[in-house]
Design a protein around this ligand. Structure first.
Ligand code: AHR
Length: 489
């Protein structure tokens, strides 16, 4: 069985904690019910925000939350969502329901405050104006007596907030305006000019990037607008069938659909490499970050639910998909500075599902839990076992290694359905302490948590065999594990 040698400290890139970013859109039950219940609700809340959701998300150390969309962002007019009299609108993208705008800018920053997370706001280019975007930035970040800052104060917030990240449009090639790349590059240049920086805190500006393998989009944006951006986004979803009309069920799938899902997920590696190579051409110093601000599984909605709400269950398959994507982000973290899984609660590959006052943690949530020690750690490049040995980790599995606070964290995935894999690592010195050893799997590949059985898929202790500097453990089929070990140098 090939052993994987973990080198001693060597220069490598950092795994930015923002790779673990979340995305909350006004879509289905993500914001309303999933996050916001209002102060008068019988569901326990603080200032209108669900306490159970905040507690669960704090546990996985959510670093930032992208908001308000998604496609919703390019229909959102922020002024309707501030002050005592909110103006309703129709959420045309997502079910045609009435959006009350009860959750707006102030409520978003309250959520961030409770999570201790950073802001990533997506502005409206598709149906908005430059002046509207300019005013929103002033409203949020200006500390003076100018009109929008004054309005914010009248609405009860004296101090400006910090907007760490601002996206200028979303999917401008599609729901955000159906633009061609050069047209959007020009729009981006214009709109971003008025995303002013007031005070000392810089706003990291993110341009709308490509859909999946649209490499031309990346090329044109980098050629024409790179000097005006700090980040360029990329959207790629795992769709088991690869077909928008008939994506497949979240819970009912056969082995073929499982392996197709894995294959579609592993395309992320190629996309990061190829978009990254184009960015390198224009920006060899890697100043501009690649921001994968939408990723995850996308299935047919759960039977009987509103097709516009994108509510889906989440199984062990999603856990493995999450691990494979996170491993790819780690490998490319010299360019990939942030990602945002879609979406945080009740939509697509969610962390949490709610039903009234009940909450379940999904298998994907548990992977984010297993991976918390990789946040802001040093990526450790390891010689990938090119071996085709049956049962070897490099063949039917994937892994990632990082180093932080004097310990090494190994996360490994068996994406096969057939056999166990042996993980066999050699540390640069003798192991002194096993700080964490946990595994996530399920009785079946489609095991999942329900409101009746919320602990069907949960983290369990993992048996680790330590012998000097050798660390070994067994990965059953369809599993994800993390082992964190302190060692002598
Ligand atoms: O995440 C759901 C939708 O997928 C987003 O609103 C949009 O940006 C993408 O097409």
């Amino acid at each position: 069985m090939p052993m994987i040698a973990i080198p001693s400290a060597a220069p490598a890139h950092k795994i930015d904690r923002r790779i673990y970013g979340q995305f909350a859109e006004h879509l289905g039950r993500c914001i309303y019910e999933g996050v916001w219940v209002g102060e008068g609700s019988s569901i326990p809340n603080k200032n209108g925000i669900r306490t159970d959701v905040v507690e669960a998300l704090r546990h996985i150390k959510v670093p930032l939350v992208r908001w308000p969309g998604g496609c919703f962002a390019d229909e959102y007019h922020w002024l309707k969502g501030v002050g005592p009299e909110r103006q309703a609108m129709v959420n045309t993208h997502w079910g045609g329901v009435v959006e009350t705008n009860e959750f707006g800018t102030h409520e978003y920053f309250e959520l961030l405050n409770q999570l201790d997370a950073e802001a990533y706001i997506n502005g409206n280019v598709g149906s908005g104006t430059v002046a509207e975007m300019h005013d929103w930035i002033e409203y949020m970040t200006l500390d003076s007596t100018a009109p929008m800052a004054e309005l914010r104060k009248r609405h009860g917030r004296e101090q400006p907030w910090k907007v760490e990240f601002f996206g200028v449009g979303n999917e401008s090639w599609g729901c955000g305006g159906n633009m061609l790349p050069l047209h959007y590059a020009n729009e981006y240049r214009k709109f971003q000019t008025y995303v002013r920086q007031y005070g000392d805190a810089p706003i990291t500006k993110i341009a709308c990037g490509a859909n999946s393998d649209d490499f031309e989009w990346t090329d044109v944006l980098m050629a024409r607008a790179a000097e005006h951006m700090d980040g360029l986004s990329l959207h790629y979803y795992t769709i088991p069938t690869g077909e928008w009309n008939g994506k497949g069920s979240a819970t009912e799938f056969d082995d073929y659909a499982w392996y197709e899902t894995i294959r579609q997920t592993r395309r992320m590696e190629e996309l990061l490499r190829r978009h990254g190579a184009i960015m390198d051409k224009y920006d060899p110093a890697k100043r501009v970050g690649l921001i994968v601000d939408e990723w995850g599984t996308w299935y047919d909605v759960e039977p009987g639910t509103n097709p516009g709400f994108l509510y889906q269950q989440n199984t062990v398959r999603d856990a493995v998909v999450a691990a494979l994507n996170l491993n790819s982000f780690h490998r490319h973290a010299d360019r990939v500075r942030m990602t945002n899984i879609a979406q945080m609660v009740n939509v697509l590959q969610a962390m949490l599902l709610t039903d009234g006052g009940s909450l379940v943690k999904t298998p994907t949530y548990h992977v984010f839990d297993l991976y918390t020690d990789h946040q802001d750690a040093e990526f450790v490049p390891t010689p990938v076992a090119a071996s085709t040995t049956p049962g070897a980790l490099g063949t039917e599995g994937d892994f990632t290694v990082s180093r932080k606070d004097g310990a090494v964290t190994i996360s490994a995935t068996n994406w096969g359905l057939g056999r166990e894999l042996e993980a066999d690592f050699e540390l640069p010195g003798a192991a002194t302490d096993v700080l964490r050893a946990q595994i996530l799997t399920g009785a079946a590949a489609n095991s999942h948590n329900t409101f009746e059985r919320p602990e069907e898929v949960a983290l369990h202790d993992l048996a680790v065999r330590v012998d000097g500097s050798r660390v070994r453990f067994t990965l059953p089929p369809h599993s994800v594990a993390t082992v964190r070990v302190a060692h002598a140098e």
